[in-house]
Ligand binder design. Structure first.
Ligand code: A3D
Length: 320
């Protein structure tokens, strides 16, 4: 059977890391596309030269021509600009919206059957715009944010409880921004929900609240430390988990920015929700029950995303 083809649109910090991870995991052959000349070619060659050492079989190609992504099974989009210290994700909207237009058209013309994962910020609005510009089916276009936000939450929790990250599960829903919704009731250590762990005295409510706030600020913390860009290792690992779930039809239950026709009190919007990813793309949205407080936080987050989508429509009148 022919190898899968993975097209990475944007060969910057995340794009290069995605290429390396996809090759190491032998998910398929990799095409790195970027408008910057030399960058995708250089990264592709560098990673290809690591293959004899690491012992993976994957063909890597760098390109500035959309024709090279033809027939891709998966496209992961990181094209655009990242945040600098002091910037919010929303400050990127105008410039990255233009980028989504050219990327959407490039994917529609060359890889219309691909499963498309958007990472470009502001995430929920950009995945909405990418779907509009590409015209691909909603279930084949989604965004990566929830896995990353949940992974940050899990890391901080494992650190606090002094247990393996493997035993910590967590759910962060809503938009990928300051209003994201880390759900304590659905986050556990080996199946024990966080509120029970507070009752058991493993941690205090104050410490848990501080961890939740640190999770919300997780992206900004890295932007502040790096000084010249945003996180790329954990975002790339998270998107690779989604690509693998699709390529291997794993039916993974993962929080992703998915199109909601009508669920969880939301209509016609992309926002972070629990999904099942398999060979059909986003095969299912899992309608978990939210209590009053959680629903209020989720609704606030949904409104923030709606505001960004409206801003996209105002900037580009061709959007519906
Ligand atoms: P960076 O290293 O700057 O890479 C972006 C690449 O996009 C550069 O190589 C550019 O040349 C390229 N590019 C710009 N315009 C185009 C275009 N029209 N077509 C093709 N390529 C183009 O950034 P990065 O990799 O660190 O981050 C990429 C994006 O991901 C940014 O928007 C970040 O804000 C976003 N991001 C999202 C998350 C989420 O969790 C959603 C996390 C971290 C970063």
């Amino acid at each position: 059977m022919a190898r899968a083809k993975i097209a990475l649109i944007g060969a910057g910090q995340i794009g290069g890391t995605l290429a390396h991870l996809a090759a190491l995991k032998e998910l398929g052959d990799v095409v790195l596309f970027d408008i910057a000349e030399g960058t995708p070619q250089g990264k592709a060659l560098d990673i290809a030269e690591s293959a004899p050492v690491d012992g993976f079989d994957a063909v890597l190609k760098g390109t500035n021509d959309y024709a090279d992504i033809a027939g891709a099974d998966v496209c992961i989009v990181t094209a655009g600009v990242p945040r600098k210290p002091g910037m919010s994700r929303d400050d990127l909207l105008g410039i990255n919206l233009k980028v989504m237009k050219s990327v959407g058209e490039g994917i529609a013309a060359n890889a219309p059957n691909a499963f498309v994962i958007c990472i470009t910020n502001p995430l929920d609005a950009m995945v909405w715009a990418l779907r509009e510009f590409s015209g691909l089916p909603h279930e084949k276009v989604c965004g990566m944010a929830g896995i990353l936000d949940s992974a940050r939450f899990r890391h901080f929790l494992a650190d606090e409880f002094e247990v393996s990250v493997k035993d910590v599960t967590a759910f962060v829903l809503g938009g990928h921004g300051d209003t994201m919704v880390p759900l304590s009731r659905y986050s556990t250590v080996a199946g024990i929900p966080l509120p029970d762990l507070v009752e058991m005295g493993w941690t205090s409510q104050e410490k848990l609240d501080a961890i939740i706030q640190r999770t919300r600020d997780g992206g900004a913390e890295i932007v502040g430390l790096l000084g010249n860009g945003s996180a790329f290792y954990a975002p790339a690992a998270s998107a690779i988990e989604m690509a693998e779930a699709y390529l291997k039809d794993q039916k993974r239950l993962l929080p992703c920015a998915a199109y909601i026709k009508s669920a969880l009190g939301v209509k016609d919007l992309y926002v972070g929700v629990p999904t099942v990813i398999g060979a059909g793309g986003i095969e299912k949205i899992v309608e978990i029950k939210l209590n009053k407080d959680e629903q209020a936080m989720f609704d606030k987050s949904v409104e923030a995303v709606r505001g960004l989508v409206s801003a996209c429509k105002e900037i580009d009148s061709s959007l519906g």
